[in-house]
Design a protein around this ligand. Structure first.
Ligand SMILES: C[S@@+](CC[C@H](N)C(=O)[O-])C[C@H]1O[C@@H](n2cnc3c(N)ncnc32)[C@H](O)[C@@H]1O
Length: 364
């Protein structure tokens, strides 16, 4: 092994400092995006002719000097365009390109990413709690994060665009029954704000969905969304611990999206899922596409998964007397072990092309 020279060390220090600067830049830009959504600044700009800072401020009901700083930042960050950069600050006119507006604001757009900005308030609420959890080994209650909106914002566009067109068709037997108009009974385990069941109910008028979650706020919102979309009679949402031994029912299809790695007792929940689908039902488990094994490769998905694990999923999953402490980075061999311990005899990884999710079909 050769000893690094001082100039090697300088180069490594410089590269690392640049990496941290890039992270700081991303953090600041995402947080400032949150202000744009929360204060209605993007709404004020969307669809309008190019607007000046005082006009944006008047439309959004905010202070003009802050609006000016925010608009200049957004133009420098490439989010807004500016007509006349050389004009006096309050004379410059800004536009929100429609492609950016859709990504920031349209919750069913395939590239909707506005909810990612909610990471700022989620972290602000939970930072001290997570630091304490590091010291004590305890967990952090899911409700303490106020995470449900960001979660729903992350998965809803995928449910809206891919669930019915790509994900369910990966279960050809289930798809055939749906196409035949069968009145399938579906259970959504850890439903969050309930969008998965809502889109299934909208696509297939004969199906009924039972959706369960431990989080009161998520359940209340899921009920509201189902009512707003006119499917509350077929999407029933209840507060329920899906790992309880008493969790029962009979279903033709059980789905859990981004849930198994969050559960304190994943084997308990999978055991319930196996029981509930014992009459020829199918199981679809959608979870993170962690690499097959640990590698310090710097892969962006893996980096993001560890980020969410430390900030949220590991502490939230440890908020129980005993916990499997899985974390977001659930590798396929870990899921397969949970499934076998729950009594499934095999796990098929379905052929669905997705950057972040892996699709498992455990079979009894
Ligand atoms: C990452 S969110 C996924 C929500 C939803 N499936 C989606 O894809 O948007 C995980 C959900 O699991 C729920 N959860 C965690 N432990 C649970 C348990 N033991 N029983 C029921 N739900 C649970 C949480 O409240 C949270 O809503």
């Amino acid at each position: 092994m050769t000893t690094p020279t001082p100039s090697d060390l300088d180069a490594r220090a410089e590269a690392f400092a640049e990496q941290l600067f890039g992270a700081a830049l991303g953090t600041a830009e995402l947080t400032i995006t949150w202000f744009g959504r929360a204060l209605g600044l993007y709404d004020a700009l969307r669809g309008a002719d190019a607007l000046s800072a005082p006009e944006v401020a008047a439309r959004a009901g905010v202070d003009a000097r802050y609006a000016r700083e925010w608009l200049e930042h957004q133009a420098v960050a490439g989010i807004l365009t500016v007509d006349d950069p050389a004009a006096e600050p309050d004379e410059r006119r800004y536009t929100l390109p429609e492609a950016h507006a859709a990504v920031l604001l349209d919750e069913e757009h395939p590239f909707y990413s506005g909810a990612l900005a909610d990471i700022a308030p989620v972290i602000a609420r939970s930072l001290d709690l997570v630091a304490d959890a590091f010291r004590t080994g305890a967990g952090v209650p899911y409700a303490a994060y106020g995470f449900h909106g960001m979660q729903a914002g992350f998965t809803r566009p995928m449910f809206a665009n891919s669930l019915v067109t790509e994900w369910v068709p990966a279960l050809p037997d289930v798809q055939a029954r749906l196409d035949a108009g069968e009145a399938l009974r579906i259970v959504d385990i850890g439903c969050g704000e309930g969008w998965l069941g809502i889109y299934l109910a909208e696509a297939y008028p004969n199906v009924t969905v039972d959706a369960f979650d431990l989080d009161d706020t998520s359940v209340a919102l899921a009920r509201k969304h189902a009512a707003d979309r006119g499917v509350a009679d077929r999407v029933r949402v209840e507060v329920r611990d899906v790992s309880e031994p008493s969790f029962d029912g009979r279903y033709d299809l059980a789905i859990a999206c981004e849930v198994i790695h969050d559960l304190a007792d994943p084997v308990g929940a999978l055991t319930a899922v196996r029981r509930m689908t014992a009459d020829g039902g199918a199981v679809l488990i959608i979870d993170e596409k962690a690499a097959e094994s640990f590698s310090p490769s710097g892969d962006p998905i893996e980096r993001m998964l560890y980020g969410f694990s430390i900030l949220h999923c590991l502490p939230a999953g440890r908020d129980a007397e005993t916990s499997a402490a899985t974390g977001t980075v659930m590798r396929p061999d870990v899921f397969e072990r949970y499934a076998r311990e729950a009594g499934f005899s095999s796990v098929e990884v379905l052929d669905v092309d997705h950057p972040m999710f892996r699709f498992y079909r455990p079979r009894a």
